[in-house]
Design a protein around this ligand. Sequence first.
Ligand code: DCB
Length: 288
Amino acid sequence: PVETVRGGVSENGWLKVEGTQLCNEAGEPVILRGMSSHGLHWFGQYAGSQSIQNTAEWGANLFRVAVYTGEGGYLSSPEAVREKAVSTVDAAIANDMYVIIDWHILSDGNPMSHVEEAEAFFDFMAARYGDNPAVIYEICNEPNGNVTWERDVKPYAQRVIPIIRTRAPQSVILVGSTTWSQDIHVAARSPLEGENLMYTLHFYAGTHGETLRQRIDSALAAGLPVFVSEWGTSRADGSGGVFLKESEEWLDFLDERGISWANWSLCDKNETSAALRPGTPPDRAWSE
Ligand code: DCB
């Protein structure tokens, strides 16, 4: 386990972005570290209260709720998946954690293809959680394929952010970019207007290294706040490795820059990005 500073919501309160740094209510730098769920509709058992509590006891002050849109997720069963998302967010809040509500586009690579569903989803979530300092909104996990920042992702953000802002005026909102949220250099040339916005950079330690780290440094230098809302110890396909040395190099880099992160993923799938061994019971404490 990575050493983390506990620093939950009761201690830090409302988050705000100052310059490129995520800060707490008192204006002091804060770093959030924790786990991302896998798809709630597949591995929801590891997004229950005992599993989340386990990660809190291991030092996490963040949990990410991956609401897959495609692959049998929200777009197929909106009510059931939304209900599961709500109970997961509530469980994270009950453990004094910050919690990211992640609209997990992936097979549907262009966020514009379901912008109306996204608007309705975030309107519902922000109505429920807009006055709760724990909740962070991630509006598009990983745009990919034939998608551009200017034509698709930025206009999408300009539609969804105002809907969240109506009900959650001060919450932190995370925005993805093209190439599976690796193109923060493109976003940096044409950033969004508004407060408390951060840009996600996703990496997989077995695939991505120096090039993406340099991108982060250039983005920070250009004034773009960066949040690593998903990274894995595997290759980009979720398997291979485990790439421990490369992961440590990444984590040191992020720590030195005060960048927050969520690790993919808290499930027992037989793949190396999964944090749990196959068959791990979701409803008990876990040994190392
Ligand atoms: C991202 C996605 C995430 C995906 C992981 C690992 O995708 F945000 O949903 O998780 O990274 O690939 C994997 C799960 C598998 C599941 C699969 C499809 O671990 O169990 O079967 O999603 O739902 C990325 C990230 C980067 C790149 C490609 C993908 N890349 N991708 O750089 O090429 O194709 O999914």
